[in-house]
Design a protein around this ligand. Structure first.
Ligand code: SAH
Length: 254
């Protein structure tokens, strides 16, 4: 492990902060956060993680709650370039993994265009974190041969996805950003062939002290979400692995 206490200036580290629990940071992520001159972070970065930053670090909140973007993506891209050009070591900190629905690729493309050197540090993506802490083995051999991560983000009020592929049996499908589109997601999965009794769950604030899991079926999930008042950030997980929660849940039983 590289233990240098000083990071080179003029460079950006695109770092995954994991799903929330600070103990799920990689050792490399924790070291970079503790050393950087400047940190630009999103709202999904778990509580407590920014406490690792140097007291004198320049810390900038880039926002990104659904439909409440604090800094537009273009400004974030340019901000990273400006900070690096000032000669600072810059950590760009994102929830989960930076390459999974994180727009990390777009930020790197701007850096490349400006000849700013960078590194990418992966993080535990929300699906892996929530599944582990909720007790859903995503590819349990008796239930699923594959797992698919998809975005349930609404564009013009609809979700344009490959529904015939997502509705095939023997797989687990994890929807990121899907709470606002839950009704459409469940309707499409059923109309493309999955039984309405197919197990489906929501995990909110996975791996955090207030993690909450809601178990339902494709038929009942939209109503259950409304009833429970669950809001983002949350994942929707569809497939029979969800039923293992009863047996394998450990975190919410502490
Ligand atoms: N790059 C991130 C995903 C960003 S998209 C990653 O790899 O995890 C944002 C979406 O991720 C949220 O709308 C939610 O669906 C999901 N998400 C992120 N953190 C979460 C958490 N702790 N619990 C549940 N869902 C989470």
């Amino acid at each position: 492990m590289n233990k240098t206490t000083h990071l080179e200036g003029g460079k950006v580290w695109l770092v995954g902060a994991g799903p929330g629990d600070p103990d799920l940071l990689t050792i490399k992520a924790a070291r970079l956060i503790a050393q950087a001159d400047a940190i630009v972070y999103d709202h999904l970065v778990g509580k407590g993680i920014m406490d690792l930053a140097r007291p004198d670090a320049r810390v900038i909140y880039a926002g990104k709650e659904a439909s409440k973007h604090t800094l537009p993506q273009d400004s974030i891209n340019l901000l990273l370039v400006d900070l690096a050009r000032e000669g600072l070591s810059v950590v760009r900190l994102k929830g989960g993994d930076p390459f999974i629905f994180g727009r990390g690729g777009e930020e790197l493309e701007t850096l490349v265009a400006s000849s700013i050197p960078f590194e990418v540090i992966p993080g535990v993506t929300a699906a892996a974190g929530c599944a582990a802490y909720a007790g859903f083995p995503l590819t349990h051999r008796d239930h699923a041969q594959s797992v698919t991560f998809v975005t349930g983000h609404l564009k013009d009020g609809t979700v344009n996805l490959d529904w015939p592929a997502l509705a095939r049996p023997k797989q687990t499908v994890v929807f990121y950003m899907g709470i606002g589109a839950a009704e459409e997601i469940c309707r499409q999965m059923i109309s493309h062939g999955l039984p309405s009794l197919t197990p489906a769950a929501v995990v909110r604030n996975g791996t955090q002290a207030d993690q909450r899991t809601l178990l339902a079926t494709l038929g009942t999930l939209p109503h259950a979400i409304v009833e429970s008042g669950i809001t983002p950030p949350a994942l929707i997980v569809v497939g029979s692995v969800v039923n293992l929660h009863e047996k394998l849940s450990w975190f919410e039983k502490r």
